[in-house]
Design a protein around this ligand. Structure first.
Ligand SMILES: Cc1cc2nc3c(=O)[nH]c(=O)nc-3n(C[C@H](O)[C@H](O)[C@H](O)COP(=O)(O)OP(=O)(O)OC[C@H]3O[C@@H](n4cnc5c(N)ncnc54)[C@H](O)[C@@H]3O)c2cc1C
Length: 577
């Protein structure tokens, strides 16, 4: 090999140019005298896709399918992003299974559902764009129009193999706000890669797209972190990448398409844009690099304060510096409630994680603080014994360092106060109200009445389809349990015992990942402050401003968006003249 540069270009053409290993071998020759002259391109291709999750791989599939050459950059040493550890479900309106079953997912109805859920303050059912401005309306319209086209095309070329998503034979799931009257087809929009179960979907989805790309000799370069866009003469022409401390310049003849995830693990950004955000189960690569990269070339930012929300066990998130293995998707148990610093319930505990996670931000304008900043998942020994093993409830109480217990409500209160004190400087010295134990006891009496009558007069727990569909998955009965079955009229509730021991987890606001960043248009082009596309740069998934704001429309809402707009970004970049 004569020089590093020639070597790297040759590698692109060759089959050895598959992983960072090949490049790493070529990099040392960069120190050669010849290489120190004006930096030209180290590699070139048509479309550079940043990130190897649902958005980035969809972009690469679409670009390749459209006849372009593509490469995928992945900052972490492993492929797949948060998508790989997810359920891999993708929410696609009017998809092929709906049509094959003879059902109708009418565009006007579906858009009403999305608009009503995503923009409750603006929603106007009788206006032509449902009360939304051109930009927002065009994005939700694109979700409907293009998602199904993407799925059909990806199926046709064999990049994915989706089937309807259900929680077991004969157990289809309803959309997260399936109870809204605007939702005329609450079941059927969720798809998942065939051949697995609810826990394997993400792995299968990534594997199927990765296999397709590798068969087309598309390189997926791990440990290649995009750092800076090359912007010349008013357009993006390439990208600078950090690979093990060495900067590579990659030319993108047609464009760069970002699918680089949110910024959940960048504390500077979460402190800046979120009200409070203690942790996320997103992979460590979610650092929001796109914000500085596209901000530097004038991209307009949108929905920076949004996230796909969920609650995290506060201690776990703090101890692990924001990275948690999983979140409290649906809190386990029936003799269980979530209360605030006054011991009062604040939410339907069985609602979906994204909507439920938003109750942390209620503001008290007299105390000038957030009374729900930390919430407490409170339960008795029935829930511990019967549902132990469903996160966060441990199979054995000795397993979880984060579990707080007490023989009485008073003892539990003391132990919660001690735990809060331990993290005082991390949580703004948040404390329990002096009347917490009395408040909790009053709440228990009221909750127990609701459990016996089967109707939650305060928060309608168990009345929504989501509550009853998903609860069994997160409250499966522990083998060897000694506590009786739930014989109450509403199986999501059971009276809390009059005697301890009692248990609690501290819950903080967190997310699967954030969902704000540069704004895109209906072609997945990143736009500037005049809403004009910045030539040569596209984005999709959690790294861009969410097209459905914070509405988690149904199972698969985030990956559906990532794939739909990733497809558009990859295809539009590939066909750019
Ligand atoms: C346990 C769990 C279950 C979930 N289940 C579902 C589900 O079933 N359906 C659903 O819709 N959502 C689900 N989610 C959420 C979902 O996983 C994410 O919202 C979605 O996968 C995001 O896709 P993405 O392509 O935008 O980002 P990611 O999949 O996170 O991919 C982004 C990639 O970009 C890389 N990257 C970041 N910066 C750079 C850079 N500078 N250079 C190069 N690479 C970079 C990251 O390392 C990462 O690999 C779940 C999440 C979790 C944690």
């Amino acid at each position: 090999m004569k020089s590093g540069r020639i070597g790297r270009r040759d590698l692109l053409k060759g089959s050895s140019f598959i992983a960072g290993v090949a490049i790493a071998g070529a990099v040392p020759s960069l120190a050669g005298a010849e290489e120190k002259q004006a930096p030209a391109w180290d590699l070139e291709t048509d479309v550079v896709c940043v990130g190897s999750g649902a958005a980035g791989l969809s972009a690469a599939v679409a670009a390749t399918d459209a006849g372009a050459k593509a490469i995928v950059l992945e900052a972490l040493p492993i492929i797949g992003g948060t998508t790989q550890k997810s359920g891999g479900v993708f929410w696609i309106p009017n998809n092929f299974t709906i049509r094959a079953n003879g059902k109708v997912d009418a565009k006007s109805d579906c858009l009403r559902y999305i608009a009503r859920f995503a923009y409750p303050q603006q929603y106007s059912p009788d206006s032509p764009q449902l009360g939304l401005d051109d930009h927002c309306y065009s994005l939700i319209e694109t979700m409907y129009d293009q998602g199904t086209i993407m799925v059909d095309r990806f199926r046709e070329i064999g990049a994915i193999n989706p089937v309807p998503f259900d929680l077991g034979p004969g157990h289809p799931v309803s959309d997260y706000a399936g109870h809204l009257p605007e939702n005329k087809l609450p079941i059927g929009r969720a798809l998942v890669s065939g051949g697995g179960n609810a826990y394997m979907g993400g792995t299968l989805l990534i594997k199927s797209m990765e296999t397709w790309l590798r068969a087309k000799s598309v390189s997926i370069l791990t440990s290649h972190r995009a750092r800076k866009l090359v912007y010349e003469n008013g357009q993006v022409t390439g990208i600078e990448v950090d690979h093990n401390g060495v900067t590579l310049r990659i030319r993108a003849r047609k464009g760069v398409c970002f699918g680089s995830g949110g910024y959940a693990h960048n504390k500077e950004l979460t402190d800046l844009y979120q009200t409070s955000f203690y942790g996320a189960c997103a992979r460590a690569g979610s650092r929001g690099d796109i914000i500085a990269m596209t901000g530097a070339i004038g991209a307009r930012m949108g929905t920076l304060g949004t996230a796909w929300r969920a609650q995290v066990v506060l201690d776990e998130a703090i101890e692990n510096d924001t990275i948690v293995a999983t979140e409290v998707f649906v809190p386990a148990g029936d003799s269980m409630i979530i209360v605030n610093r006054r011991g009062e319930r604040v939410v339907d505990e069985k609602r979906d994680y994204c909507s439920r996670g938003r109750v942390h931000f209620a503001y008290d304008p007299v105390a000038e603080n957030y009374p729900n900043q930390v919430l407490f998942m409170f339960f008795d020994s029935r829930t511990q014994d019967r549902f132990g093993g469903n996160y966060p409830v441990p199979t054995d109480v000795r397993e979880s360092p984060y579990l707080i217990s007490g023989e009485t409500v008073e003892e539990l209160t003391k132990n919660i106060e001690a735990r809060l004190a331990k993290y005082a400087t991390r949580i703004g010295h948040f404390s329990l109200a002096p009347n917490f134990p009395q408040g909790l006891k009053t709440t228990i009496v009221r909750y127990n009445k609701f459990a016996r009558q089967g109707r939650d007069e305060d928060f309608s727990r168990g009345a929504q389809s989501f509550d009853v569909d998903w609860d069994p998955l997160y409250s499966s009965v522990r083998k060897g349990t000694k506590t009786p079955d739930n014989n109450m009229p509403n199986r999501t509730m059971y009276p809390i015992a009059g005697k301890g021991p009692y248990y609690a987890f501290m819950l903080g606001a967190g997310g699967l990942d954030t969902s704000g960043g540069p704004m895109i248009n209906a072609r997945a082009e990143i736009v500037d402050y005049a809403n004009k596309p910045i030539p040569g740069v596209y984005g999709a998934g959690n790294c861009v401003a969410s097209p459905s704001r914070e509405a988690y429309c149904g199972a698969g809402a985030t990956i559906g968006l990532a794939m739909t707009f990733g497809y558009l970004g990859g295809r539009n970049a590939a066909t750019r003249s």
